[in-house]
Each structure stands twice: as C-alpha cells, then as structure tokens.
Design a protein around this ligand. Sequence first.
Ligand code: ATP
Ligand code: MG
Length: 221
Amino acid sequence: MNKSILLEAKNISKFYKDGQVKAVNNLSLQVYSGEILAIRGPSGSGKSTLLHLLGGLDSPTNGTVFFNGKSIHAVCRQRGFRVKNMGFIFQAFYLWQNLNVLENVMLPLMEIPLSRKESLLRAREIINDVGLTDRVKASVKVLSMGQRQRVAVARALVAGPSVIFADEPTGSLDSRNAENILQLLRRVNRQHNVTVVMVTHENISTEYHDRQMQVLDGKIA
Ligand SMILES: Nc1ncnc2c1ncn2[C@@H]1O[C@H](COP(=O)(O)OP(=O)(O)OP(=O)(O)O)[C@@H](O)[C@H]1O
Ligand SMILES: [Mg+2]
C-alpha cells in the first residue's frame, strides 16, 4: 500500500458546554492514502465528532486537521472542494425523503460544473454499481433500510471523492445487508483507490479494513 498521508489530525479536541464535555480530547492520528481505517468505540466515545472534524464539517476547539498537508479549514472554504474530494455516509443516512433515488444521488453534483447529461450518466452508473438499477425512480420512502444505505453510499461516491467518511454505515442493517455494504466499500476502495474512514461500534471483519483504531473517551485507546 502507498503510505502517503492523506489526512492528519494533530492534537485535536472538541469540547462542549464550556469544556465539561470532552467529546474528542487531544487526539492525533494519520490516515494513509488508499487505506480503509476502521475507528471503533462504544456509544458516546466521540466517534461521530471525530469523523466530522476529520471531514471538516465541524471545527475543533483546539488543534488542526490537515488534508494533503493543508489546513482542512482553509481548503474547505474553496467552493466545491468538499463535494469533489470527500464523500459522507452519515449515521442517519440524511436522504431526502421526497426525492427519488436518482435525484438523491445527483444532489452533490449540483455543486460542481457538470452538464445535466453528464450528471445523469454518472449518477446512473453509480446507482447501477450499488445494485439499485431497478429502483432508480423509486422514492426513498419506499426503500428498505439496506437499499437506503446503498443510496447513501452512491451519493457519497458520485462525485468521485478521494476519501469517504462513513459513520456506522452498517448500524441499522441486518448482517447480510451489512456485509453487502462493507463489500461495496472495499470494492470501491480497491477499484478507485478511494480512502475510507469508517466508524463502527462493533468489530468488523479484517477483510473490510486495513487498520483499526479504538476510541475511548475521546482519545485513541
Ligand atoms: N453538539 C453537542 N453538544 C453537546 N454535547 C455533544 C454534542 N455532540 C456530541 N456531544 C457529546 O459528545 C460525546 C461524543 O458524542 P459522539 O456523537 O461523537 O459519540 P459517538 O461515539 O459517535 O456515539 P454513538 O456510537 O452513540 O454514535 C457524547 O458525550 C455526546 O453527548
Ligand atoms: Mg456516532
């Protein structure tokens, strides 16, 4: 594996309530380009907070996150940067209930200069890839949890990001669907060299990650 550093967190903390809650507490880590890093930890240990800080969705109280050596705060201010470079799969999916599968997957593409034809083509290709071709016009409301999670994965992938952040991507799925999602992430990782940072509270098979870290009370255990 290529060991160049894609993301680096240096002594980052996120405090809430005037420091009474230390969700992330002086934590440092590196994410290598092309790897799948699994971050495990119990509920409330700070995993989601950490993932949001790594993806520049939230700013740390202290410390800095670097993306390819540059402060993530600075690079995320460039229009379209996040959409082009990062895909997010959230703990609660965050799909638009009133839009169909295709529309949900196409949403991130509105941020980047692509013709409608090109956007449609890309979105359909990725929907095909996650196995939802026959549901492309279905409203997400009528989809099963496993199908919704696949829509979320497709949306995270559609702009061709270099890194995907996945928060409990299998949390609400049965074991078969969970396995499908993990296989899908591994395939994307191998085929397109996409780096994956994945947060889970349960152990996942070593097939589906290259490195694992444990978070406890906002620190690497
Ligand atoms: N906006 C907020 N305001 C106050 N406290 C917060 C906020 N967000 C998170 N916290 C607290 O920070 C701690 C870490 O929360 P976080 O959501 O990162 O945990 P988690 O490991 O993702 O948990 P889970 O496995 O349940 O999703 C918790 O104690 C939580 O209550
Ligand atoms: Mg969480």
